[in-house]
Design a protein around this ligand. Structure first.
Ligand SMILES: NC(=O)c1ccc[n+]([C@@H]2O[C@H](COP(=O)([O-])OP(=O)(O)OC[C@H]3O[C@@H](n4cnc5c(N)ncnc54)[C@H](OP(=O)(O)O)[C@@H]3O)[C@@H](O)[C@H]2O)c1
Length: 254
């Protein structure tokens, strides 16, 4: 699909992959609206990219979603809803069955999964009314293989991956004009992964793959190491599990 001339709403657009996406979509000739919970972060992003419109909005909150819809409507609406906002709570040294794990799971699920469904529900009619529209959902390499270090986070992304595929098919059956893209990043160098020592893709490289995928109507965009892990996980699931969960991390889980 064409990006030029489209208006795109990027949730969690004030940092990391979202901010880099704002930069690259602007360069492609799109209008960009970003959201986030932290006003200071939004203002800093606006200083970096003066032509973005920033709106404080929490994807966990239904009233915020409605208020966001009203503000976006007043601005002329959007063609692309990019569900990028996400959180992860590392579970290292936390154990696996305790109250903190439940708290983390609920927090992550409310943002990474229910937050996406919430915004899609609010914006779907607006998107259907546009000539060419899209929803982009960001899952993860960890939607393919469970991760001992981030068990509840990976589960939110698997849930989102299943939802995304059914959303796409449903909209196809309805002969809707709304295309549904899934971005599966590998480990990317952002605030979210600051503590990790693994090999990391840069946000620039990841977003280049996203932009190129959108232009080609490639609905499932597996970037970097996600491509290889996808193949390995299909044919050699145990190997894929061991690649994501090398034995050296076991000590941190005891
Ligand atoms: N980095 C990776 O290795 C990686 C890999 C696979 C997938 N992903 C996914 O990629 C997406 C972007 O992550 P990132 O790496 O760029 O992380 P990041 O730098 O931490 O950015 C996440 C953004 O989401 C916003 N956010 C969090 N909760 C929100 C909420 N309830 N409402 C609105 N905005 C919210 C944050 O801003 P505020 O805190 O100000 O709200 C922040 O700007 C996430 O969905 C993440 O799960 C990342």
């Amino acid at each position: 699909m064409n990006i030029k001339g489209k208006t795109i709403l990027i949730t969690g657009g004030a940092s990391g992959i979202g901010l880099e996406s704002a930069r690259q979509f602007l360069a492609e000739g799109a209008e960009v609206i970003i959201t986030g919970r932290n006003q200071a972060k939004l203002e800093a992003a606006k200083k970096m990219l003066p032509s973005v419109i920033s709106i404080k909005s929490d994807v966990e909150n239904q009233d915020d979603a409605i208020a966001l819809f009203e503000k976006v409507t007043a601005l002329g609406g959007i063609d692309i809803l990019y569900n990028n906002a996400g959180v992860g709570s590392p579970a290292l040294n936390l154990g696996i069955a305790n109250d903190q794990i439940l708290k983390n799971a609920m927090y992550e699920m409310n943002i990474n999964y229910f937050g996406v469904i919430r915004l899609n529900n609010v914006f779907i009619d607006m998107l259907k009314s546009r000539k060419e529209a899209a929803i982009i959902n960001t899952t993860s390499i960890l939607s393919l293989v469970p991760a001992l270090e981030e068990p509840t986070y990976a589960a939110t992304k698997t849930a989102l991956g299943f939802y995304t595929r059914t959303l796409r098919k449903n909209l196809e059956i309805l002969e809707s004009n709304v295309k549904v893209f899934e971005l599966l990043p590998p480990v990317v160098a952002t605030e979210m992964t600051a503590q990790r020592k693994d090999k990391k893709m840069t946000p620039e490289e990841l977003v280049k793959a996203l932009v190129s995928g959108i232009k080609k109507d490639q609905f499932t965009i597996r970037a970097g190491d996600t491509k290889l892990l996808y193949i390995v996980s299909r044919f050699f699931p145990k190997l894929a599990f061991n690649l994501v969960n090398p034995k050296k991390i076991y000590a941190g889980l005891r």
